[in-house]
Design a protein around this ligand. Structure first.
Ligand code: SF4
Length: 449
């Protein structure tokens, strides 16, 4: 054996990787997350998600998939789609400017991977309506959102699409995680329920080690009464037919009773991987008016915001409302300006603002101005990278297309498995061509051509 290949063979498996039962070496876990293309990202989006994504992609044990959820935009904003394409480009520019690296992460556009829609369709068939109607954010939106008609299937079914988005990147034996805040955990729990139900229906099969005789025996012992005639299944396709026929003839409860009573013949292999929530703490980043930062409230600072605009917006920020005069001591713990200091200012400025505020040693104008200086220092390199990408949108499209191609390869692999589990077409085709060949061989054997 040449030395080089021997050295390669003996190379220890790095700790950031695991060896699957199949012998394949993979990273320790897959991470999946997405963002709707609502337009340019602001510092709330950065600290609420993007900063954490960058951290995750820099951990070599993670295999990260990050996507722009353009189909999700349609679930509530289907009437006007004129901005979705441009907004998707803007979001990708912010992803790249904010530190996502296409060499380290698979960054892609949801609608460029049509397998998401196919899996969504299949999952929608097995998801009970009541599960979706009970989703708290659905009920809340239906009651509170004005000016939009949300009584469409897409909006009700968005948790199913979300589930498809996640689990299509699952790999057997590799944990699949979604970084979420506390308020999103229920969504991941629903995804887990949907996956369990899918696996429950389509995850049963014959043990692959069975001989043809054992398979025939398994059929006779478990399902003989559910398939009429003198049928004796032997091939993969026939076995798959037996299972789906028995499931629909006997009903699920009886079917499960029988497969579970015969563990020497049957096994349960999950079709999809159940995702897990990765609880993520994000810093508090209120808008300039103290409410949640949102573009629609006009209280956000975008990642490409100019110095002048940052100064104007921060000057108008609300502060501790009890601090009416310069001589009144304030409370930085309830002041959005201080929340921003914590993100952008060095320790000494933070301490200066904290003590100065509580003792009325500084005024709000100078406190805001110091914070704005540090915010501008922080944002400058991101803004410069953003401008560079914005000047070359063709390059941004190339990144989107290349990432989507990579994502699609993984998604296609999952869908092959899912289609087979649901329909058994490969097995069916193999059995059809097998019987055709057998018939042909027999005919040739008899001298008939
Ligand atoms: S001094 Fe600074 S922290 Fe205190 S209320 Fe004014 S802006 Fe807020």
């Amino acid at each position: 054996m040449p030395l080089e290949s021997k050295a390669h063979r003996l190379k220890p498996v790095p700790q950031t990787e695991i060896r699957l039962a199949s012998g394949e070496i993979v990273k320790k876990r897959r991470v999946l997350s997405g963002m709707r293309p609502t337009g340019r990202l602001h510092i709330g989006n950065y600290f609420g998600a993007l900063a954490n994504w960058v951290k995750l992609q820099d951990d070599p044990s993670n295999e990260c998939f990050f996507f722009i959820a353009d189909w999700h935009s349609l679930t509530s904003d289907y009437a006007d789609t004129s901005q979705i394409a441009q907004n998707s480009i803007e979001v990708m520019i912010d992803f790249l400017a904010g530190g996502l690296d296409p060499e380290k992460s698979v960054i892609f556009l949801q609608s460029s991977v049509p397998e998401h829609a196919e899996l969504h369709l299949l999952l929608s068939m097995i998801t009970p309506l009541g599960w979706l109607e009970r989703v708290p954010t659905y009920k809340e939106a239906i009651e509170n959102v004005k000016g939009k008609d949300l009584y469409n299937y897409g909006f009700l079914g968005y948790p199913v699409l979300q589930t498809a988005d996640i689990v299509i990147y699952g790999k057997d034996g590799v944990p699949l995680v979604v970084p979420v805040g506390e308020d999103q955990v229920a969504h991941i729990e629903l995804s887990r329920e949907i996956v369990r139900r899918m696996n429950f229906f389509y995850g049963w099969g014959f043990l692959p080690s069975l001989t043809n005789d054992e398979r025939a025996r398994a059929f006779h012992e478990a399902f003989r009464d559910s398939v009429p005639g003198e049928f004796v299944p032997v091939s993969e396709g026939e076995m798959s037919f037996v299972l789906s026929h028995a499931r629909s003839n006997l009903g699920l409860d009886e079917f499960l009773l029988r497969v579970r009573a015969n563990p020497q013949y049957f096994q349960h292999v999950p079709v999809l991987v159940e995702p897990d929530a990765m609880l993520t703490q994000t810093p508090r980043i209120p808008g300039t008016d103290g409410r949640k930062m949102s573009k629609s409230y006009g209280n956000a600072i975008e990642l490409g915001e100019s110095d002048e605009s940052i100064r104007a917006k921060t000057k108008a920020m609300i502060t501790d409302p009890a601090r009416k005069r310069r001589t009144d001591p304030g409370n930085p713990d309830i002041c959005p300006v201080y929340d921003w200091h914590k993100l952008f200012s060095p320790a000494e400025t933070l301490s200066w603002a904290n003590i100065g505020c509580r003792t009325a040693g500084i005024g709000c104008i100078e406190c805001k101005s110091a914070m704005a200086d540090n915010l501008i220092k922080w944002i400058a390199p991101i803004r410069a990278r953003r401008a560079e990408y914005a000047a070359h949108p063709g390059r941004v499209l190339e990144v989107i297309d290349a990432g989507s191609k990579r994502a699609r390869e993984t998604a296609q692999g999952t869908m092959e498995r899912v289609r087979e589990a649901v329909f058994g077409w490969s097995a069916k085709r193999a059995s059809v061509s097998g019987s055709a060949e057998t018939a042909e061989t027999k005919q040739h054997g008899r001298g008939i051509s």
